[in-house]
Write a protein that binds this ligand. Structure first.
Ligand code: E4P
Length: 218
């Protein structure tokens, strides 16, 4: 399973990249706002900075909700760097725009996906990635991981090549559950990725090895 980091914070992106296990980055307008990146020029420079750090897929989201606006924005974003993946909301004009981008060879991430029906449309339009939002479904007492599993099964059954990118991941447990249902990618906060390392037996085992080494070597 590939790991993307779900942030626009350059320090966190660098830290995850230096761990050596990072396959890409997802951003969204809320994550950009959290970093206080104001103005179109600064936002575009920020996307380029992220691409230069990771040299891997970086999802950059369009703001337009109409077909023509999405096409214009998406083409501008894609021209910034070859690593940019244009993130498009799962609405009617968005599906149509994904179809257009697919025909033009521009890679896409269909975002704000909350049902298998939406994921079916994204795959039929040729999306590179589909992003079911796990945490936001859990927040309303639905089962986000179950949806990821259903989409994985549907794509395998029909042979769609769209990759299932589990988004809105809130915990380390969510990452393990994504593995269990066969997600292609999980985009996660840095804390959830780091949580995978934690095990008390690793800590106590390492401590004992170091103590025993010291006992014979001073
Ligand atoms: C990433 O592609 C999504 O925009 C992001 O994971 C949403 O996460 P949230 O539900 O925690 O805002």
């Amino acid at each position: 399973m590939k790991f993307f980091i779900d942030t626009a914070n350059l320090e966190q992106i660098r830290e995850a990249y230096e761990m050596g296990v990072l396959d890409g980055v997802t951003t969204n307008p809320s994550l950009m706002a959290k970093e206080g990146i104001k103005g179109l020029e600064n936002q575009r420079k920020h996307y380029i900075d992220i691409c230069n750090i990771v040299q891997a897929d970086v999802s950059a989201e369009v703001i337009s909700t109409d077909y023509e606006g999405m096409i214009r924005e998406g083409e501008e974003l894609a021209a910034l760097n070859p690593h940019i993946v244009v993130k498009v909301p799962c609405i009617a004009d968005g599906i149509r725009a994904i179809k257009y981008f697919t025909q033009k060879g521009i890679r896409t991430n269909c975002t704000l996906v909350f049902s298998t029906g939406q994921a079916l449309l994204a795959a039929k339009a040729g999306a590179t990635y589909v992003s079911p939002f796990v945490g936001r479904l859990d927040d309303i007492s639905e089962d986000g991981i179950a949806l990821v599993g259903q989409i994985v099964d549907m794509y395998r059954y029909y042979g769609y090549t769209t990759q299932v990118l589990a988004a809105s991941i809130r915990s380390t447990r969510h990452i393990i559950q994504c593995v269990e249902v066969g997600a292609d990618v999980a985009t996660c906060p840095l804390s959830a990725i780091k949580g995978l390392l934690k095990h008390p037996l690793t800590d106590s085992g390492l401590q004992k090895f170091l103590e025993d080494y010291k006992s014979i070597n001073g």
